[in-house]
Design a binder for this molecule. Sequence first.
Ligand code: BES
Ligand code: MN
Ligand code: ZN
Length: 497
Amino acid sequence: MRWTVSKGSLGTLAADLLILPVLEGKKGPDLSGVIDLAGGHGSLRGVIEGAGFTGAATSTLPVHCPGLKCGWVLLVGLGRPDAVSLEGLRKTGGAAALAARSMRTRTVLAMPTLAVTGYDDETVARCWVEGAEMALAPAGPSDARRSKGDGPGTWKVLPGSADAAAIRRGLQQGESAAMGCLEARRLVNLPPNQLTPRMLADEARAMADRVGLKCTVMGPAQLKRLKAGGILGVGQGSENEPCLICLESKSAPKGAPTVALVGKGVTFDTGGISLKPGAKMDLMKADMAGAAAVLGAAAIVATRKMPVRLVTLVPSAENMPDGRAIKPADVLNMASGLTVEVLNTDAEGRLILADALHVACGKKPDFVVDMATLTGACAVALGQEFAGVMGTSGELIEVLEQAGGETGERVWPLPLIDAHREALKSKVADIKNLGAREGGALTAAAFLSYFVPDDVAWAHVDIAGPAWTEKTGPLGPRGGTGFGARLLARAVELLVD
Ligand code: BES
Ligand code: MN
Ligand code: ZN
């Protein structure tokens, strides 16, 4: 969808439907912000009150208004002014978009100023667009209920008393954020035979071309030169060769910080020789959700032209059992020079991330964030609503917490101390890839920390819980959630501010 600010007024616009957000007042709907839009259409108040519409959050009601040029108004409740939140605005935008979906019509969205809620016009517009785009996203290519032909192709926004320039900025930000999120979802939802490591690299290259980033892909020959035994080891049981994908800013302002994002790109995780049980193994097509998130974030950062030197690294492999596959007791030589004893081939994410983190740190970054569907333990501990965050930089962890609070992709800190690192010492190699079953998310992070020099500000985000949802919700269908793309882009924005 395209979003544009309209210069017209309600009286002159060619439209068949006006979407009208309404706050919930103490007694009935609060119309102070919206009535000015109607300029000369005083009947609007009577219509809203007559319909018995209260403005309760995410409620919608279409009403026929023969007195208005557009004929139909879709009332959308924002809830009480003091209870409005960023996520609430997204959900309201989503509810409005879903309600208007079946109306094949020229739609105009009224965007009154919501100053009483404490949110400025830019923020309201941004969240609204994000919510609408996320709610309307298809579950897959053949999702008829949410097909492309539905709903208006262009959304016109009528600023009313709000600041048109601020709304325009908000619309652009929202479109960009939603694009990154939906791109991440699309990649996660692709079947694993249509998204091998090579195909993921092709997708990354196409995205890089679209948004103006440089893309390089290292295949097995180059990975051998890097001695990237982690990526090569995990990939060696598959017909589909592993790779390391790198997206980089083409240019950056002088003095701009370097931020590295690293995302786990296991295009399918069978567990390898330590084979997973069959039940729900299909969900392991989503084991590249970290990769999808960092690629989506890179696309947002690039389209927003943030002043940063961004380095995005995606180690990608298919984890398969095979005559050539790695097996428990193998020892791998990693790119950093460390040796790793493989005790469980299903703990593969940390092996490929280790090499990618080593390469990332070679770029002398000011901040490194990796994102991965790394452990079932993290999902057990924190559930679907929270990702776990661990790392070596309190500042970076706080930035991620703030960013997630704003984007509605929440992260929760988990501990990482020397004892967790000690637990990974091996008798036959420097470290082993398996710790105790208890605290599995923590030892996974501790493993990664061996590949990040002490002086690098690093955080690891485990998204095993929130990357996928079985339930269709107000902001999207069952499937990949796109979790992390908007979060990381916002974190980058906070870091360069
Ligand atoms: N990709 C899985 C983690 C995962 C599990 C993500 C469920 C999403 C949902 C990861 O590669 C894995 O298999 N981890 C093992 C680690 C264990 C062998 C130490 C796990 O969590 O069981
Ligand atoms: Mn695994
Ligand atoms: Zn995995």
